[in-house]
Write a protein that binds this ligand. Structure first.
Ligand SMILES: *Cc1c(COP(=O)(O)O)cnc(C)c1O
Length: 423
């Protein structure tokens, strides 16, 4: 008899974005003429830049020749891309990594989900709350998260990030953790961490033998010089941190798939006997067994974003999204909303206003996040993401993304303004 991995059954069977889609569809069925604008899902809208497209055309033509054909590539990725990463993303920040510490992936989601395979099932994980759901769900799937009680997993330590603490998580004092997930700039809150704050986390990790999984998927959106682009800007981090990067938000690769993960050679974890085991060879072994590399064409495409033209074009697209972010912040603040993020990240995190709403729709859902989501959908035909979908501390907030077109963002803001004033 094949027995199922019952840990999967513990997962809430409603995926946040599926729930949102269901509610939006219900609205559309009732209001077929309404034109709904989504500022909800975190997918990009602008096309790939010309440098990337040209590189893909060239790579495709190569694949059409016997001499230029590429079959299975190295599981760790091609050296041309790994070298471009070291030279452009790390050396200019004074970070010296070895090429064997760079693993090309097919996007950061896979690696942030898979990396937990390297640690024992009974490690305790700590997460900032709210959080990108992949970190927790991937731990649930192998039984590390325990059981769900009142919206929280019993073996997960939640570190709240709210307006009250300025979205700076406190180091857990009353419970021990073994592995901590940090994501900066943060999805969903759009907030960042300063070098000084990050140094506290690195020192804490070094002192307490904790492993940090650091998700830097949005580092390309940082403009503030006090905000680190990589955890390895902090001394000692290569002894305690694994870092995940993605070209998805950097360069619009959400449909193309490419990113990379840094597993430093100095990084170790302990056996029960206390022996220190380097994680770099373990991850290499894991990848060679379970992963056959990212496509040659995707890797050539990624390489192209490091050319002078590529850099300029990628920056222009990021600036385009950040113009949306700035307009969103300015408009929402003017309307009296409390908003966060949006300066070094394409996300705006907004406190749901206190209302004395007594409509039936509002009464249907007890969550302030979901209630505001529905009011905005029905009142302004604009979709946001309920913050509580990212964790218990997200309750009472919603997320807007800056990934729309200028036109749709302006129109959405215009509708929110009209609705706010009249409502
Ligand atoms: C979008 C995103 C990623 C990247 O996902 P890909 O698999 O690279 O597309 C990783 N982490 C966070 C927090 C994200 O929002």
């Amino acid at each position: 008899m094949a027995l199922v991995n019952e840990h999967f059954l513990k997962l809430p069977n409603n995926y946040l974005f599926a729930d949102i889609a269901k509610k939006v569809n219900a609205f559309k069925v009732m209001h077929p003429k309404a034109d709904v604008i989504s500022l909800g899902i975190g997918d990009v809208t602008q096309p790939l830049c010309p440098a990337v497209i040209e590189a893909m055309h060239r790579a495709t033509d190569e694949m059409a020749t016997t001499a230029g054909f590429h079959g299975y590539g190295p599981e760790q990725g091609y050296d041309f891309l790994r070298e471009a990463i070291l030279k452009n993303d790390f050396l200019p920040r004074g970070i010296h990594l070895d090429i064997d510490e760079v693993f090309i992936n097919d996007g950061a989601k896979s690696d942030t989900g898979n990396m937990q395979e390297l640690i024992r099932w009974d490690n305790t994980i700590g997460v900032t709350d709210p959080i990108y759901p992949v970190y927790i769900d991937s731990n649930v799937m192998i039984g590390r998260a325990g059981t769900m009680v009142d919206g929280r997993w019993s073996n997960v330590v939640y570190m709240p990030c709210t307006a009250e603490n300025g979205f700076v998580p406190s180091i857990p004092k009353d419970r021990h953790v073994d592995v901590i997930y940090l994501c900066y700039p943060n999805n969903p809150t759009g907030t960042v961490i300063t070098k000084k704050e990050l140094r506290k986390w690195v020192n804490y990790a070094l002192k307490n033998d904790i492993l940090i999984f650091y998700d830097a998927a949005y580092q390309a959106y940082i403009t503030d010089p006090e905000v680190p682009h990589s955890i390895y800007e902090i001394r000692g981090a290569r002894k305690c941190a694994i870092e995940f990067h993605s070209y998805s938000k950097t360069a619009g690769f959400t449909g193309l798939r490419c990113g990379y993960t840094i597993v430093p050679k100095d990084l170790t974890a302990a056996t029960l006997d206390g022996e220190r085991i380097p994680l770099n060879p373990l991850w290499n072994r894991r990848q060679c067994t379970k992963f056959n590399g990212t496509s040659y064409i995707s890797q050539r495409a990624a390489e192209a974003i490091y050319t002078p033209e590529g850099k300029e074009q990628v920056k222009a697209t990021i600036d385009y999204y950040m113009q949306n972010a700035h307009l969103m912040i300015a408009t929402l603040r003017r309307l009296g909303y409390e908003v966060y993020g949006g300066d070094n990240a394409p996300y705006i995190w907004m406190k749901t206003p206190r209302t004395s709403d007594t409509s039936e729709r509002g009464a249907l859902s007890r969550s302030l996040s979901w209630k505001f989501f529905e009011q905005l959908l029905y009142g302004a035909n604009v979709v946001c993401t309920p913050g509580v979908g990212f964790g218990p501390s997200g309750e009472g907030y919603v997320r807007f993304t800056a990934f729309g077109t200028h036109e749709s963002t302006e129109e959405a803001l215009h509708r929110i303004e009209k609705w706010t004033i009249n409502h």
